[in-house]
Design a binder for this molecule. Structure first.
Ligand code: PMP
Length: 400
């Protein structure tokens, strides 16, 4: 297809992150749909990679943004001025969390939440060894990349942070590596970019116990799996454990950039002395983002979206039946559909895009299709989307 001027400029002027950008030329978006500049309607089956959990431009989010822009935008760096949207959001978050997760540090992205949490753990424990998981993903900045667990993204960026050990996700025996020198274990409650991998409740409980016994902090990364995506507001609720530090971002902003790390007052307060300003950010907790995030959280809870996640996920799994599908892995509406190869899946993804469905693969699992729609997706829409996906799979099978 011939490219428009803007599409050609995109390729020339905008830094490219791969040779195969999806190139959807966005005009506007609403709830589960994105419309391109030619008026073509796409179903966003990946919610902007786990972001638009309450749909694109939810009216409550838009109203919160408009109300806030009429008051003030940026006024001061994080941590100095009393900014009501930040305080209200921190209060609302703490109400959804166990008592000790009462104190929130707001940042602008998932990677920044990881960075802050790693520094906090080192500062609080006075230790510097970190344990994380093979195929875990925690972000693209140097520290976050260091704890991420796949060589493909890391190998050409060394040296990275030292003193990091990677263990297999879900392997109880490997937890013996946690010792009195471990500052923290950072782990996704559900591994996202590994292609949606879960671990057993017993594993998480052992992990929790071991960290406690050795004085290591448990950092749960719920940047992708938090905020309702798995059918609980926080994915750790499935496992009956509590982290020492919780990370959130992506879906929490309702489409605005925001992230956070949450901990106890005692742990968090170690960032304010020795050195003073132990972690700082200019834009973290931006008033528009925090106002949008509060509206997102309230909407998630008021519209009972989380309660419907499991039923919707089951419907996907019932409908998506095809001989080419090797496996469907999921925790709620974070789903990975596995095929024989990247090449085969690429055909399906390209074909789906042609027929108006946006899907994707995973960073560390390129033979699995990402399905992570807005939680607002209706049953009728699930049926329509699955019908089209099956047609694309059939189309690709015939081309194989
Ligand atoms: N942690 C997890 C689990 C993620 O899925 C991501 C993003 N895919 C990140 C961290 C990094 O977030 P960001 O891209 O906002 O920096």
């Amino acid at each position: 297809m011939s490219k428009s001027l803007t599409q050609r400029q995109f390729l020339q002027l905008i830094a490219q992150t791969s040779d195969t950008p999806l190139m959807v030329d966005v005009a506007h978006a609403k709830n589960c749909h994105i419309f391109d500049t030619k008026g073509k309607k796409y179903f966003d089956l990946i919610a902007g990679i786990g972001v638009s959990s309450i749909g694109h431009r939810h009216p409550n989010v838009i109203k919160a943004i408009k109300d806030q822009i009429n008051k003030n935008l940026h006024v001061m760096v994080f941590g100095e001025f009393v900014q009501t949207p930040q305080v209200r959001l921190a209060e609302a978050l703490s109400k959804t969390l166990p008592n000790q997760l009462e104190c929130t540090y707001f940042v602008n992205s998932g990677s920044e939440a990881t960075e802050g949490a790693l520094k906090l753990a080192k500062r609080y424990t006075n230790r510097f060894n970190i344990i994380s998981c093979i195929d875990g993903y925690h972000g693209s900045s140097h520290g976050a990349l260091s704890v991420s667990g796949n060589e493909s993204l890391k190998q050409n960026f060394r040296p990275l942070l030292p003193n990091i050990q990677h263990i297999p996700f879900g392997d109880e025996n490997a937890l013996n590596l946690i010792n009195m020198e471990t500052a923290a274990v950072i782990i996704e409650t559900v591994q996202g970019e590994a292609g949606v991998r879960t671990a057993k409740k017993k594993y998480f409980q052992k992990l929790r116990e071991k960290c406690k016994a050795k004085g290591a902090l448990l950092i749960l990364d719920e940047i992708q799996c938090g905020f309702g995506r798995t059918g609980k507001l926080w994915a750790f609720e499935h496992y009956n454990i509590q982290p020492d530090i919780l990370l959130a971002a992506k879906g929490m902003g309702g489409g605005m950039p925001i992230g956070c790390f949450i901990s106890s007052k005692e742990i968090m307060h170690s960032l304010r002395e020795n050195p003073v300003l132990g972690h700082i950010t200019t834009f973290g907790g931006h008033p528009v983002s925090t106002a949008a995030s509060l509206a997102t959280l309230e909407t998630l809870l008021e519209e009972n979206l989380i309660d419907q996640v499991e039923k919707k996920a089951l419907l996907f799994k019932c409908l998506l039946k095809h001989p080419s599908i090797i496996e469907i892995r999921n925790k709620g509406l974070l789903m990975g559909v596995e095929f024989e190869s990247y090449e085969f899946l690429k055909k399906i993804i390209d074909r789906s895009l042609e027929v108006g469905i946006i899907t994707d693969w995973f960073l560390f699992c390129n033979n699995s299709m990402r399905i992570a729609p807005p939680l607002t997706i209706s049953e009728i829409e699930i049926r329509e989307v699955c019908h089209k996906l099956l047609e694309s799979i059939e189309w690709a099978s015939k081309k194989n």
